[in-house]
Design a protein around this ligand. Structure first.
Ligand code: AMP
Length: 430
């Protein structure tokens, strides 16, 4: 029987890579905290309706990409394809709209979309999701863009491009929709089948079609910015002013749209010049009518989602990682069976005192154990066999210089700690 493999489009994040994820998530956590955003953990599945109403029935995500299933009580549930709808659901469900606004939250975790897998596009992928709910001030939009850029700066990313647009609001979008339809109508036969279908239902979505012929037509189309109402125009102006004030470079992209009514005003994207076709590192924007769409009161909000796989890929491409996977500082080497209980006790003592330590559990000989120690990247080997036990000593070998010294057993842990601190390794905790 063939052994079972992981499903298509999902990945195991193995130790060679998982430390990079831990680094990215750690920097993300600190950046979010510095901007006043608090962490939440949200469920991985929700009622299907939350997403069909909160993302939109006519989006690719809802039409084609959701992992939807019935539970044993025949409720329709869906593995979350994104986190914004869940975040707003949680905000409303826990009455956060009654407290101080905006409520600033972030979360990170896996999202699920049935997409065609390729480099940088998976069926289970992680997103960092940051949302400010309950304020319509354009400087909250500036803050959201600034937070994403500050995160990438701290991670050492370069060669990024920020694109922004305004998609207006239900006041001004109908005018734009009309303008766009009149522009597209004489060119309908040149559009792809999907876009011809979008013409009646949701013409704005034609603007971000990847088909080269549709893209060329979209390039010629009138810009939504020219149709903005006074309020949306002022908001967009202040967003740009704010970004200029913090020294963020950006360009306007009239094809950056989210064609649904609850996406309002700001839309933005951060693209990496080092990612190939799946080059969006981050996408975000304002959704002032989303809370209503999922059955709540009117609550404005703005946020972004950034793909962790794509951040890690870009950082690898750009050589941003300088650390390495964690390795034990000390390897306890025990060449004799009868000394193993004492050797294990020493290992435990080291760990309790905050020194990362490991040993062999497969009955290898002394030489082989030292080889494993070096292979695991340990700095010191602590040798405790029956000979050392009888003499109440232990030998400590510096695996970098090859030097070896004997220490009294009861001073062993303290000696190791001071040897490590001479090497610039300090105790992790405790
Ligand atoms: P979206 O929710 O589609 O605006 O996506 C936000 C961000 O999530 C994108 O900019 C990507 O970084 C990431 N992302 C979206 N879909 C995928 C996917 N299938 N695989 C990996 N990352 C993704």
């Amino acid at each position: 029987m063939e052994s079972i493999k992981a499903p298509r489009g999902v990945r195991d994040i193995l130790p060679e890579e998982s430390w990079k994820w831990a680094f990215v998530l750690d920097v993300a956590r600190r950046t979010a905290e510095d901007f006043g955003y608090a962490e939440v953990h949200l469920p991985v599945f929700e009622h299907t309706e939350l997403f069909s109403r909160g993302i939109g029935e006519t989006t690719d995500v809802v039409e084609k990409e959701m992992y939807t299933f019935q539970d044993r009580a025949e409720r329709s549930l869906t593995l979350r394809p994104e986190a914004t709808a869940s975040m707003v659901r949680s905000y409303l469900e826990h009455g956060m709209h009654r407290g101080v606004q905006p409520v600033k939250l972030w979360c990170a975790g896996p999202m699920f979309r049935y997409e065609r897998p390729q480099k940088g596009r998976y069926r289970q992928f992680w997103q960092l999701d940051v949302e400010a709910i309950g304020a319509s001030d354009p400087f909250v939009d500036v803050e959201i863009v600034a937070l994403s850029l500050e995160l990438y700066r701290r991670l050492g990313l370069s060669n990024l491009e920020v694109k922004i647009n305004s998609v207006g609001c239900p006041e001004c979008r109908p005018t734009y929709r009309k303008t766009l339809r009149s522009f597209l109508e004489p060119r309908l036969s040149e559009l792809c089948d999907t876009c011809r279908g979008r013409f009646d239902r949701n013409p704005l979505r034609i603007l971000d079609c990847k088909n080269p012929q549709c893209a060329a037509i979209a390039e010629q189309s009138p810009s939504v910015v020219e149709s903005l109402c006074g309020e949306c125009g002022t908001h967009f102006g202040l967003l740009q002013r704010g970004l200029e004030e913090i020294g963020a470079s950006f360009s306007l992209d009239k094809r950056l749209v989210r064609g649904l009514d609850y996406y309002t005003k700001t839309a933005y994207e951060v693209l990496s010049g080092d990612l190939g076709s799946q080059n969006a590192v981050c996408g975000g924007g304002r959704y002032d009518n989303l809370a209503e769409a999922i059955g709540g009161p009117h609550v404005p909000g703005v946020g972004f989602a950034s793909g962790i796989e794509r951040i890690v890929l870009t950082m690898e491409q750009q050589g941003c990682f300088t650390g390495s996977a964690p390795h034990p500082a000390v390897f306890v080497v025990c060449p004799d069976e009868e000394a193993r209980p004492e050797a294990f006790a020493l290992l435990h003592l080291l760990r309790q005192s905050g020194v990362s330590a490991d040993m062999d559990f497969t009955g290898k000989g002394m030489k082989a154990q030292l080889k494993v120690a070096a292979g695991k990247g340990a700095l010191l080997a602590c040798i405790l066999g029956s000979e050392e036990l009888r003499a109440s000593r232990m030998a400590v070998k510096d695996l970098e210089s090859g030097e070896q010294h004997l220490y009294a057993r009861e001073e062993g842990v303290a000696s190791i700690r001071s040897l490590l601190s001479n090497k610039g390794i300090s105790r992790k905790d405790g």
